[in-house]
Design a protein around this ligand. Structure first.
Ligand code: TRP
Length: 456
């Protein structure tokens, strides 16, 4: 087993035990803080349904085609993102510059995990508090409690350390007995908890108001900032561009049909975001709270709601467990790309590689935790360390990698190799190929230029 996982020869690479296994781990990567924390507050602050409509459109037009492209690169390469690109570049006789796709992916997942883990640490703290029940208190007290947490480096670092240890523990177990097994337990549980919460929303909270808020389409509310926020989020929620999907694709066997499973992953990810949005806003509206509370929606508005609702202790605790599971399975997919690269590159065992990479990410995360308090005065380009990493990864590295992946797949790889790998034919192949060749790159270039415009 161990030999298989450390070997470099493509034919020896370990594979997920089934297509269901690949489906679960990829949904595990996709469903994360993006769905449960970012999506609801972004919807809340971007006019509700207008954002949802554009987001759904972006998922279909950019997200799904790119998810297929990234999976196919990984499966063809059967190696780390860098190893995969090395192989594909050689196969296409292309410039080594394309290895950038691999390196950006590795760097990106490394950087994202350093702050993702700190945010997941907040969620651990709130799960702990939810277990004891949130004491009823005025609104300001919940805002203050969150500010107090951010101001306390010891507590932030404690939870960040615990979360990194949880992530490393799973990845140490290897591809099938660690990563796949953890997802086989957590993802079905996550879905059951979510269904329970939506059911609770239907009976005890204001589900119709939530439904209206999310689905009453009002085209007039769509503007440029909604458009760009939605496109960026489509990348983030599907884990695109940062090596995670290439890596998971590299553990996929040749028998599985890529297009169908990628579509199913995107549907599941979107379903979770919408169901989570429904249950969260049902609670928010039932308690007469503000849907546009921004990033504090999850950690200030919801605890306040749970403290006032019948059965709030059980529901609140289950809700935060759901968020922990989602964050945990995503962070696993952010750790694995660097681990597989270190194993491949330096011939180290998985255990040593996991420890080294975890240590590096943990250290960077400590700096992120300190950026909220002791080092809050330290800024670069006017951004604190946390915002800097978030901006660098979500607004620059992700669209850039997405653009490179689309162009590489459609314009650099040989068409017959692509067709052979993706396993589509006839009209459906031409349609997908054209989207990846034209629609996705143009759409990404538009966001990208716009973001640069905003920054500059
Ligand atoms: N998709 C996850 C979320 O929605 C986050 C995530 C996991 C991610 N792996 C990624 C984002 C790779 C970008 C790239 O929370």
């Amino acid at each position: 087993m161990k030999n298989q996982e450390t070997a470099q020869a493509p034919e020896a690479r370990v594979h997920w035990s089934s297509r269901w296994g690949f489906f679960l781990v990829t949904v595990g990567s996709a469903v994360g803080l993006g769905n449960l924390w970012k999506f609801p507050y972004m919807t809340g602050s971007n006019g509700g349904s207008a954002f949802v409509l554009v987001y759904l459109f972006c998922i279909l037009l950019i997200g799904v085609p790119l998810l297929m492209a990234e999976t196919l690169l990984g499966r063809r390469g059967q190696a780390s993102p860098v190893g995969t690109m090395r192989l594909l570049v050689a196969e296409a006789g292309a410039s080594k510059a394309w290895l950038a796709i691999g390196y950006i992916g590795i760097m990106g997942s490394f950087l994202i995990l350093s702050f993702y883990s700190v945010v997941a640490g907040w969620v651990l703290e709130y799960t702990w508090q939810a277990a004891g029940g949130f004491a009823p208190a005025p609104k300001e007290a919940f805002g203050q409690a969150f500010s107090d947490l951010l101001a306390n480096p010891g507590r932030l670092i404690f939870w960040h350390t615990l979360f990194m240890a949880m992530t490393a523990a799973v990845v140490l177990g290897g591809v099938t007995s660690g990563i796949e097994r953890a997802n086989r337990i957590m993802m079905p549980s996550l879905f059951l908890i979510l269904l329970f919460l939506v059911g609770y929303g239907a009976f005890a909270a204001d589900l119709p108001a939530a439904f209206r808020f999310l689905f009453h389409f009002d085209a007039a509310a769509i503007n440029r900032s909604v458009l760009f926020a939605a496109m960026g989020h489509a990348f983030f929620t599907l884990s695109l561009g940062m090596g995670a999907i290439i890596t998971y694709g590299s553990y996929l066997d040749r028998a599985t049909s890529i297009p169908r499973i990628c579509l199913q992953v995107a549907v599941a990810d979107t379903l979770v975001a919408l169901l989570a949005g429904l249950s969260i806003f049902a609670v928010v509206f039932a308690q007469g709270l503000e849907p546009a509370a921004g990033p504090g929606l999850l950690l200030q508005t919801l605890p306040l709601a749970f403290s006032q609702m019948p059965g709030g202790q059980v529901v609140g605790f289950l809700f935060f467990v759901l968020v922990v599971f989602a964050a945990w399975t995503s962070s696993i997919s952010l750790l694995e790309p660097s681990v597989t690269l270190v194993v491949e590159r330096f011939g180290l065992g998985r255990q040593v590689a996991v420890l080294l990479v975890t240590l590096g990410i943990w250290l960077l995360g400590v700096a992120v935790a300190l950026s909220f308090n002791a080092w809050s005065g330290v800024t670069l380009f006017g951004l604190g360390f946390f915002d800097l990493l978030d901006t660098l990864t979500s607004k620059i590295m992700m669209p850039l990698a997405g653009l490179l992946i689309a162009v590489f797949t459609a314009w650099v790889m040989q068409r017959r190799h692509v067709a052979d790998e993706i396993g589509l034919s006839g009209r459906s192949f031409s349609f997908w190929y054209r989207v990846v060749a034209f629609v996705s790159p143009v759409a990404i270039a538009i966001i990208f230029l716009n973001v640069i415009g905003i920054l500059g």
